[in-house]
Design a protein around this ligand. Structure first.
Ligand code: SN0
Length: 314
């Protein structure tokens, strides 16, 4: 694997999932990447991604070096040919070029600005890091995707599925007060499409995700109908892709609670976190036996470990 920015970068998904599960069985193997340096560069906030990647590096014997570039670094210019007479002190060509010489592998987190769909969906920032660092890059969430989360989600579904045949997995939109990225739902859809599951999406009108992620997936605008017989429900808010970055609805009848759970096949309930309790998912669900959000978060460590190890051993 040369880079890890989407499911399309994965050569053999079955093998990667097996590697995650094997690290879960036996996490501490410091001889595997002893002396290696893993750069973790954050342009945006993080809790799980930062901690799980640091622990993953440590489990492999590598050192994780974290830079909150959005807070502690120079303001970065990404425009090619810019005359830098404004507030940006350093060009990505030098910033990424230098980091590429310091690290063996580098993780990057960038959020979309949710202003221009073209800018966000061109992945300008992530692609600039890939181009100018010259070392393997690992997405810690980008404008359009969150592949480490999706890998952990897939592993969690595989671990938790006790039935026979393919589980029914539904991604459902839920309300929020802020305009959030489509990265997590895009990425989840992209991974579920290639996984051995029956996958569909429930969202209000105006909230359909981009075709490049959901082509061929059934999208249902009635939440009750969509959740019928679901074995796994992934609850997530996202802002509109169609009316880009807009909040078109705050309809709390979509907040996931006991009523919604009752429409499912006693489904396991998933969320990538952070979750706003009471608004996105009700306490009765998060504190109940169906919630597996902490299992997902735990699997982030072994997912990052498998990916970092793969990128260091091309
Ligand atoms: C991010 C998102 O992409 O939806 C991170 C997910 C891993 N979530 C948020 O930014 C939530 C912020 C909030 O205020 O609730």
């Amino acid at each position: 694997m040369q880079k890890f920015t989407s499911v399309h970068d994965v050569d053999d998904l079955g093998q990667l999932v097996a590697k995650v599960l094997s690290f879960k069985q036996n996490p501490f193997q410091p001889e595997l990447a002893s002396g290696k340096k893993v750069g973790l560069i954050f342009l945006n906030p993080s809790l799980r991604t930062r901690l799980s990647s640091q622990i993953a590096a440590r489990n492999l014997g590598a050192e994780a070096i974290v830079l909150d570039i959005g807070k502690d670094g120079w303001a970065l210019e990404f425009e090619d040919g810019a005359v830098m007479n404004g507030d940006k002190a350093e060009h990505i060509k030098e910033a990424a070029g230098v980091m590429g010489r310091y690290f063996d592998v580098m993780g990057v987190r960038t959020f979309p600005e949710l202003k221009s769909r073209e800018d966000d969906y061109s992945e300008k920032l992530m692609n600039a890091f890939i181009k100018y660092a010259g070392i393997p890059i690992l997405s810690l969430e980008s404008g359009t995707r969150h592949p480490l989360q999706s890998l952990a989600d897939l592993v969690t579904i595989q671990e938790q599925w006790k039935g026979t045949g393919r589980p029914k997995v539904v991604l459902t939109w839920a309300p929020h007060i802020k305009a959030l990225p489509q990265a997590v739902p895009n990425s989840f859809a992209e991974w579920m499409k290639v996984a051995d599951v029956d996958f569909s999406i429930a969202n209000p009108k105006g909230y359909n995700l981009a075709d490049e992620f959901t082509a061929g997936v059934e999208v249902i605008h009635n939440q009750e109908e969509a959740l019928k017989a679901a074995d796994f429900v992934y609850v997530k808010n996202w802002s509109s892709y169609e009316e880009y970055g807009q909040i078109l609805s705050k309809d709390e009848s979509w907040t996931f609670g006991e009523k919604q759970l009752g429409w499912t096949n006693n489904a396991k309930i998933m969320h990538c976190l952070p979750v706003r309790r009471g608004l996105v998912i009700k306490d009765e669900i998060l504190d109940g036996p169906n919630a597996i959000h902490l299992e997902q978060a735990e699997n982030r460590v072994y997912s990052a470990q498998a990916v970092i190890h793969s990128l260091l051993n091309q």
